[in-house]
Structures are given as structure tokens and as C-alpha cells.
Design a protein around this ligand. Sequence first.
Ligand SMILES: Cc1cc2nc3c(=O)[nH]c(=O)nc-3n(C[C@H](O)[C@H](O)[C@H](O)COP(=O)(O)OP(=O)(O)OC[C@H]3O[C@@H](n4cnc5c(N)ncnc54)[C@H](O)[C@@H]3O)c2cc1C
Length: 504
Amino acid sequence: MIHTTRSIRGPVREKVDVIVVGSGAGGGVVAGELAEAGHSVAVLEEGGFWKAEDFNEIEIDSFPRVAAWGGFTTTPEGVILSYGRCVGGGTVKYWADSFRLPADRYALWKDRYGIGDEFYSYYDRVERNIHVEVAPEYLFNEQNRRYREACRLLHWEGAAVPQARKNCTSSGYCTLGCPYNRKQSMLVTYIPRASLAGAKVFANCRVDRVLVEDGRATGIAGTLLDAQTDVPIHPIEIRAKAVVVSAGGLGSAGLLLRSGLRHPRLGKQLFLNPNYFVVGRFDEEMNSHRNIPSPFAVHEWRQTRTDARGRYVEGGYLILPGFLHPGTLAALAPGIGDALVDFMGHYDRYGLTLSILDDEVGGTVELDGRGREVPHYRISKPDELKARDYLRKTAALFFAAGAREVWLMDLRGTHIQNAAQIDDIVNGVRIEECLAIGPHIMGSVPMTANPESGVVDLEGETREVKGLYVADGSVFPTSLSLDPSLTIMATATKVAEGLKRRLA
Ligand SMILES: Cc1cc2nc3c(=O)[nH]c(=O)nc-3n(C[C@H](O)[C@H](O)[C@H](O)COP(=O)(O)OP(=O)(O)OC[C@H]3O[C@@H](n4cnc5c(N)ncnc54)[C@H](O)[C@@H]3O)c2cc1C
């Protein structure tokens, strides 16, 4: 049963086996797994409950339903963040790119942090449940076909991207919530399964703190919010044998800090996979907003290359095609007035690429005076080198694909007219003035075998409070240079399996 506050008349008190805070890639999976194993589960989700019929393909209506802060927010340092806030979490607005952790990062996690085998064996199950298959040809739009051909010409490695979709209509509205229920988000996969198995899902429910007695989690205290206005309307208190926090890279760190946890690494390494956006104008229509955003990815530069002395040479990012809906592109594009009108006039002929940058240093999550989580993030020097290299390589990709002009999307409206200009122009760009969005919020509650570096152990249980687990992107010990959701889901399956054993 999915409850919204439209159907709740007063304060709520409940008792269940397991509470799951958040219903995204991590929380959805944990809820589905535990409910189907016969445990009573309450899922508490701060965002609203929206269905396919609420996603009307209109940016200004649908985007605020699925995204936190109506679409975007920024860190105090000016880095733009985008993340989900609704039943289904970030998977409702995601693009469904479903990568496994690559072998090199798997080896690093295993050797340095002691994790790997725990979740790797669960990829198969997750892929079955969300119908992952490599993007078939009919999902490629013109820009994706162009980049595939450009990769061939440049001798770069690129490949079709595994997608979580079933009979996709290729309408292109994935980011605004799939109106056809073809994208296999949590909203149409694990959450309905959890609900059918008896889980109670409370939408519009913000968890304020975890209740802890004698060093053990005993429940949560939260606030039910008005579904239209987000104004607090009723308290909610739920008691449970275990609490699983899956509130995302910001929400989970914030909730643990509000609940009194003080592990020295809590909130200390916030990774974002910064997406630097670059736009190329072609003579022909690219229709980048049709089909799906990224059936193809450029893998050539995914791993960072260093010289014999360990100094950065190149790489450290995946190049993904994509697009921004017109309102978002206009808001983020360089220029105003006539210049902006002229820029937007070519919308159909734009291609767009973004970096999934493997950020090394990360930021932090802290609490403000009112106890709300505040992310801090600055692009570090090593990551700035990667960003500049990405601008160079992606501009080369655009020209190889036949683009007339490439816009670096910085505050000055810098654009490049031919491949010979790339190095000079990119070398002069100020990276802090380039458009970057952090869409993958991870790493703030790391899972490692070592109690000093890991806020949670390999079962996902916090080292400070028994019965309190974390299962979402926040447990990643490093960033990665690929989309993270499939690995979040596999990790959440592993945490759920451990809990099933303990509850039994
Ligand atoms: C435009 C866009 C496209 C993307 N495309 C892809 C893609 O193609 N492939 C991919 O792998 N990833 C993609 N991502 C990233 C992906 O959406 C996230 O990495 C993933 O959803 C994170 O999962 P999570 O479980 O950590 O958190 P989330 O999915 O963000 O779930 C956390 C949930 O917790 C809720 N919450 C937070 N605090 C509280 C609280 N105190 N009380 C109650 N509830 C709370 C939030 O409202 C949210 O719904 C994309 C992201 C964006 C923005």
C-alpha cells in the first residue's frame, strides 16, 4: 500500500520489522527484497508519489515532481546538483544506463577497501529484475550514430550502453519521469513488488532522526508533509528491529549526523561524478531529444592515464551523449537576450556530450544550524586536469562527428570553430566558469573493511549503532567513472540478504 498525506488524517505510530528510509536505487531494492522475504516493512520517502499519468512530457510540470529543489540546487561553492525526490528516488528521472563496476575499479575496491565479492554476485539478479539489456539499434538517435562513427574514425573505444527498459517507446522523456512505464525505475519494479508483498510506503514523509537506545537503532521519528506545499502536518514515529537508511548521498549522511553519529569519516568524501556539458552544432537535425539520451558511450578515456612518475597525462572520464530539455538548456546556456534566442534557435541541430568524471578528492556533507544537510564541493586540482582533458577530447569527437561549431558552455560563451583551434581555446578556458552538474551523489558514508575508514562495515551496518544499516550510493568507498545505479542496487541486495539472515 502506498500512502500519501492526502489519505492520512493525524499522527502515525507503527511497529514493523524493518524501516527503509528513502525509496530510490538503494531503498527500493532493500524494501522489495525484505518484503518478498516475508518481513513487515515501512518505506518512508520524503518526496511525493507520482505515476505515469502525472508525467505529461511538459518540463515545467514534470521536472519538479521528480527532482529535489524543483530541478536543481547548488552547493555554496556554486556547483550545481541534481537528484531525485519522489517515490522511486533518482531512478524516476534517471536515464537507465546500467553499468556494472568495471574490472579495474572492482579490483581497487577489493584490494584497498576489502569490498567486492559481497555485491558482485547480485548483479545478475538485479539485471533480471530491472530488465537490463544492451541498447538495441532502434534506440539510437542521429547524434549517437554520429559519435559511434566518430569513434571508429578516431580509433577510440566506444560501445552500446546496457539499459533498464522494457519495450521502450523511445519518446525521449526519461528525465521527466517515463509516461509509458517502460523505463524500469524503482517506481515500476521493486516498489510495486514491495507493496504487493505487504510493505507500507509513506510518501511525503521526512525522517528527522533515527531513534537509538543503548547503542541500538529502535525506530525513527519523522514528519508527514503536506503533499502540495511540503508544510509539516503530522508527526510519525515507527519502531522496528532494524533501520536501513537509503536516503542518498546527501540525505543519508545528513540523517546519520542528525541522529548523533560522529564517525570521523562520516560526510567527509562526497563524490558527484561532475558532468561537464559541451554542445556541438551540426548542419543537419540531430534530434538528440528523441529516442533515449545515451544508448552509446565513449569508453576510450574512462581510466586515468599517468606517466612513469605517476603524473596525470589524460583520461579519467566516460563521455556520454545526452541532451537537456529546452527550458533547462536555456537556463544554463551562455548569454541572454538576442544571443540566447539565437543559440536556442538551433535546438534541433545540437548534439550534447557530458563527462562522467571520476572525481578523486570529493567534498563534504555538514549540517546547518537547523539540522539540514549542506553539501560543500569544489572542483579539485586533479579533477580540473581531467575536466580540461575532457573538453579537448569531446571537442575532437564533435568535429570528427561533423559538427560545425562546439560550445564549451562556460560563462563567456566560448566556442570553437574547427579542430585546429581546440588546444589553444581549451587551454585558455577557466574550468570554474564551465557548466558542471553533479548528478551522482555518493561516498559520504563509506563502506570498508577497516573500522577507521569505513562508517559502515561490509554488511552495511554502522560501526557506531547496531541495527542501523546504510544501503545506497553513499556507501561507495571511491567515485567511479560510470553511472552508479546498478552497483547501488547490487550493494543494496547484498545488505538486504545480510538482514534476511539476521532477522531469521
Ligand atoms: C538526470 C539524471 C540522470 C541520471 N541517469 C542515470 C543513469 O542513466 N544511470 C545511473 O546509474 N544513474 C543515473 N543517475 C543517478 C541516479 O539517479 C542516482 O545515482 C541513484 O538514484 C542514487 O540512488 P540512491 O539510492 O543513492 O539515492 P536516491 O535514488 O536519490 O534515493 C534517495 C531517496 O531518499 C529520499 N530522502 C532523502 N532524505 C530523506 C529523509 N530524511 N527522509 C525520507 N526520505 C528521504 C529522497 O527523496 C530520495 O527519493 C542520474 C541522475 C540524474 C540527476
